[in-house]
Write a protein that binds this ligand. Structure first.
Ligand code: DC
Length: 221
């Protein structure tokens, strides 16, 4: 059976990660979390003391950075150079910085090649914000996953509770700011591709979303 390239875009907290992982598992595909790449750039910029609006600094950083996903006994890890940075990229300040660096056109250009290279063999589910619109306009199947701000903040809050310690109100405030930033930026703003299938997950379980996705096209194994 043909190995498809499937894209899942949508705002933070819509359930993209869980759904993408499960869909990839069901199909025996690889799963790529492209938000982790933007977080990787944001983290390395912070470590190097490069501010999020310093384009020349970010350009030099991007040229020298090697980000890759490696699977080991801990799961899929983000490796920058020789360092596993997976556990460093989810802190709230890196989350906000990743949104800021993702609005810099040269960072997007730099990650474009990295992402396309990862798609070369097919059989991949790509999760992000501009997968179906910019990075893979010819993807075989495109989904845009959405949910109400209320449910998205609640999900994110439950997910983060033990590690981050933000209140629900703080999570919601950060999420609204990030939605606004991600949707209003001039390069690759968050929006559904014209040919994307839009799924609202507010009242659907993860399993129900995945089943609905599997029902489009002949995407069962
Ligand atoms: O999915 P995430 O929350 O880990 O993404 C972190 C940030 O990166 C988010 O604010 C938007 C940005 N991003 C992007 O601009 N394009 C992508 N394909 C993925 C993420």
């Amino acid at each position: 059976m043909k190995q498809l390239l499937i894209t899942i875009d949508g705002p933070a907290g819509a359930g993209k990660t869980t759904v993408s992982r499960m869909l990839a598992d069901r199909l025996g595909y690889r799963y790529i979390d492209t938000g982790a790449l933007y977080r990787g750039v944001a983290y390395e910029a912070k470590v190097a003391g490069i501010s999020v609006d310093d384009d020349p600094g970010l350009e030099t950083l991007c040229r020298t950075l090697t980000l890759k996903f490696v699977r080991n006994e801990k799961g899929t890890r983000l490796v920058s150079g020789e360092s596993d940075i997976t556990d460093n990229i989810r802190a709230p300040d890196i989350t906000m910085r990743s949104s800021a660096v993702s609005a810099r056109p040269m960072v997007r250009t730099c990650l474009l090649d990295v992402q396309r290279e990862m798609a070369r063999e097919g059989g991949v589910v790509f999760e992000g914000r501009d997968m179906g619109t910019v990075v893979f306009p010819d993807a075989d199947l495109k989904f845009f996953l959405n949910a109400s701000i209320d449910i998205r903040s609640r999900r994110r809050h439950t997910e983060q509770r033990s590690s981050v310690g933000q209140t629900l109100a703080e999570v919601e405030k950060d999420m609204r700011r990030r939605d606004e930033k991600d949707s209003s930026r001039t390069v690759a703003p968050l929006k559904p591709a014209e040919d994307a299938i839009i799924i609202d997950s507010t009242e659907l379980s993860v399993e129900a979303v995945v089943e609905r996705m599997l029902s489009y096209g002949t995407v069962t194994k």
